[in-house]
Design a protein around this ligand. Sequence first.
Ligand code: SF4
Length: 757
Amino acid sequence: MSISHPTACILCPQNCGIQIQVGDSGQFEKIVGDDAHPISEGYLCQKAARLNYYQDQARLTAPLRKKADGTFEEVSWEIAIQEIADKLVSIRDTHGGETIAYAGGGGQGNHLGGIYATALRAACESPYFYSALAQEKTGNFWVNGKLFGRQNTNYSEAVAEAEYVFIIGTNPLQSHGIPRARKVMRELARDPERTLVVVDPRRTETAKLADVFMQVKLGKDAFLLAALLAVIMQEGLEDESFLAEKTVGFEEVKGHFMDISVEDYADICGINADMIREVARGMAHAKTMAIRSDLGIEQSQNSTLNAYLVRLLFLVTGNFGKEGTNCLHTAFLPLIGHSKAPEEGGITTQVTGMQAIAKLFPPNILPLEIDSDHPKRTRGLIVESANPLSSYADVQAQLKAYAKLDLMVVIDVAMTETAQAAHYILPASTQFEKTEATFFNLEFPKNFFHLRKPILPPLENTLPEPEMHHRLLTAMGELPSSFPVLAGLAKLDRLAPMLRIFPLALAATFALRPKWKKYAVIVMKETLGRALPKGTQAAAVLWVAAHRYAKKYPAEVRRTGLAGKGYALGEALFKKVLTSRSGTLISIHQFEDHWNLIRHKDRKVHLSIPLLLDWLDELPGQVAEEAQQKKEYPFYLIAGERRSYNANTILRNPEWRKTDKEGALKIHPEDAAKLQIATGDLVTCTSEVGSIQITAKVTDELPVGILSMPNGYGLSYPGEKSPQRLGALTNWLTSTGNCDPLAKTPFHKQVAVKLEK
Ligand code: SF4
């Protein structure tokens, strides 16, 4: 008899609540939206319906060790764990923990394992955490740090409520990025009282819904954003009372916009100056405005400056911290932290001297940190739940670098491109076979958390990541394999939590064994975790999160219907999270409390960022530089368009796609005619670092000179006789050097290429 289980889609950061009907033999029979999910409310897109291609994929079924001839052999868990542990200890003790790095640790909706990896990093004494977030969002985080006081302040966008909505560098109809995206966007487009402005070089599905479509020239978003701000300031349309009450530094900022020629900038970005004026006035006069931006401006020219200009637009018009605008939000379990600048003692990498932003390092510099003669070059690399050879820039540079590692370990469910480069591969249970959670809980005024229970038993001989980390720590001699006394006390504690037996025993344990404190997550999993309901052991860390959150936001937590104060409220929140099968609200905020989320002591937004204002002043110089560049690569490629059947790279079997099976390269009819290319032709696309072959599709949705291809294609998957690979991998074309000067985020959306039939 089949049973329906609540869980979540794991294909994009929305992590919509879904119900999966599982048959007797574990097959996914039907997938529908979960009406009980507090944010997605039953919404889902077509991708979730084919999650069976994730669960039923060709799996890793044993730990693998690379042989001298480059092939792999199966080894027992005991051997794999002990050999990896010995090698990590050897690298750490011989060369220092700073020569070990960790990459990944999550993927969409798969964040719980990453928390337990913090213990492994502590045991390795490794300060270096490379994350996919640092190839997209660290420019944003850096700007947030300056404006709002900490790099881990982040905002959400009230696209569903705002009167005026400005969408730039994203296509919510395909990439989502906001709750219930298609429904929300279509309702917005239908409402005559509201305005939708879309900025994109490509006429996207969302652009087709827009009241105003600004078809900006690729990479020229900063000119458009600066021109919009210039109109607002030159016409005196800024929200003076908001700026006076809630911000500091406006006059300094304004000085940099008063001399901008809107006409000149309009010419450069390819948008009519009258249209820019109309939109700027619309933004300033709207009762409420929300701005949603994403990878299109984060992974192209001026990305950190773009982040600043977007924020200035909603700040100078007073659209911040109010209903229907952009608002900061809280975090139940934080994805990121705050890093000091190098001059304040913040850590930097050994070879390139790159600073951490939000406690993350950009994958873009990883090949340089490994492929070097520096005595402190990276020698050991642990990759968990990530596939850098698909998703990080420059496959060639990565392959060359990984070949120089003393140790490379990959933890994954399938034989990925990156796993093939590793010395050891550890097979993980899938996201439906273990307790998991997304930390993408980025909502305001209502925030939520969804703890997902396993809906299937783990495949034999696979392990959840937290268990792997514990075994590695034990094999490294850092922790025992069990904690019987503390585990027994944790069981008693669950019978009467208000006696606080467990926290007292935990504190006493750490007083006796101070070294264990840095491995607290593992100690908790092995003690409190064992006292939790079956299958939820890894939820132990949520006990700390619940108590911290309830202490910080007691009134907001109580508004969700929970009663109690102090410790009792924390326990009530923990119980709520643990027992809610479809996710639950964890806080309901009031708009007047929003300003407490600003981390500057004066609770004001600090508008002036001199480094970025200088960058703004230098923008016109970019145009002159580009004019001089040799046109060896006459096209710009948007490498990573989001389409109907691409997502993250956890769906490897190409059969999951109903349409666009090969991920065609889009090209404008004029360009196609010049090169005598027709839809369906095989073309060769070449950048300064690599070359791919790809099928062409002629379409006028792109401007002349711009090409576009999707991400997530070209992954190898076992075929009947040999591995098959359908479509092309974008990162054969991207280079690590083509990136933002400050955050090092790669310009995936702006890759110079040439094309041949
Ligand atoms: S792909 Fe994203 S929007 Fe679609 S169902 Fe999954 S989580 Fe929701």
